[in-house]
Ligand binder design. Sequence first.
Ligand code: HAM
Length: 422
Amino acid sequence: MTFKVPRGTQDILPGQSEKWQKIEGVMRHLSNLYRYAEIRTPMFESTELFQRGVGDTTDIVQKEMYTFEDRGGRSLTLRPEGTASIARSYVEHKMFGYPDQPVKVSYLGPMFRYERSQKGRYRQFVQFGVEAIGSKDPAVDAEVIELAMRIYQECGLKDLKLVINSLGDKEVRLAHRDALIKHFEPHIGEFCSDCQNRLEKNPLRILDCKVDAKNPLLGSAPKLTDYLNEESAAYFNQVKNYLDVLGIDYEVDPNLVRGLDYYNHTAFEIMSTSEGFGAITTLCGGGRYNGLVEDLGGPETPGIGFGMSIERLLLALEAEQVELDVDNQLDIYIVAMNEAAKEKAVELTSSFRAKGISADIDYANRKMKAQMKSADRLQAKFVIVLGETELEEMQANVKEMATGTQEQVPFHDLVNYLQSHK
Ligand code: HAM
């Protein structure tokens, strides 16, 4: 019997994992520059948190959650996203009482959605995200968007498009909701059963239904932007103004509604415009959720953030043929010709590593030629061969593989030599 990874998941193997580490490094570095401190929340939460937070009528809650009962009879769910957990944590730890608002946090970790697996869509994926909770300053919206863009740019992506929209406030949403019901009601028989349920509960969700995506009534549906009240329109203008100040190009798409219920005001997505990219072009999604903290039992608190998966970022890099500059150099490989040399090699390898020089040796007792081949395959920068003569003279011939240059270096000087040449 053989086993395979579950559908929609993958092993990240050596050779690939270096790229992940590089990207994660960029994310960590930039979150630090923008002052979004890391927060780590559990990988599962009570099911109700997501029902309330993400929304009962969303595809995520209705169709995509990994929900199970634990041995104590509690209903738990593997987190499908990070925002609800972080809002929960914000309330639980009374972060609204912190003197400095907004509280700015970042997170990186696996999320789980039972989706139809296809290119760019996994059942376990790694999402990086940030949340700034406790300010409704439109400059924060611009900061969050800039941070997302900068992560992609720092990784070398160029074919990017930022799409923004305003979902307005509660009043706007209600007026728009009524208009949507009027628009869809006469034809609701043509829609899937989920959409028929959504009509009264949450007609906005019809607009991002995956089943009815091609129905022309979606395109002709009333646009939220036409219902913006003065306050919401002014807020949206301020966000756009800050984006202009930062020199960030954007496109306004009145059809951008996002698939989670907690959003209001600013909604945005960053897409790949690269030709080689597959059908799913959204790399990153985010927006404002001014009512979420309150819905989860906290005081009235505004918030904004985004989420992006490393999987889609890697696909975009592939589509644009960008090679990440991964730092995975093997500084030195030591070839040992006999047992005494092997002992010395073990000792030297350890002393090199203690000084931050990456080093490797042969553990298969192979002949010199095979060891040299390994050094080549591993792309070692330097190689030394240890035999009787080297042990007698207490020095080695250090060969730089790329240039072929060689130099005799006493054992006690090897660390210095490598440190100054690596
Ligand atoms: P979302 O649009 O559901 O938003 O997901 C955000 C990002 O997660 C997507 O743009 C994509 O990069 C990645 N993603 C989602 N599903 C998958 C999947 N099945 N496979 C691979 N990648 C995926 C949220 O999750 C919100 N919590 C974002 C947010 C944070 N809004 C405010 N704060």
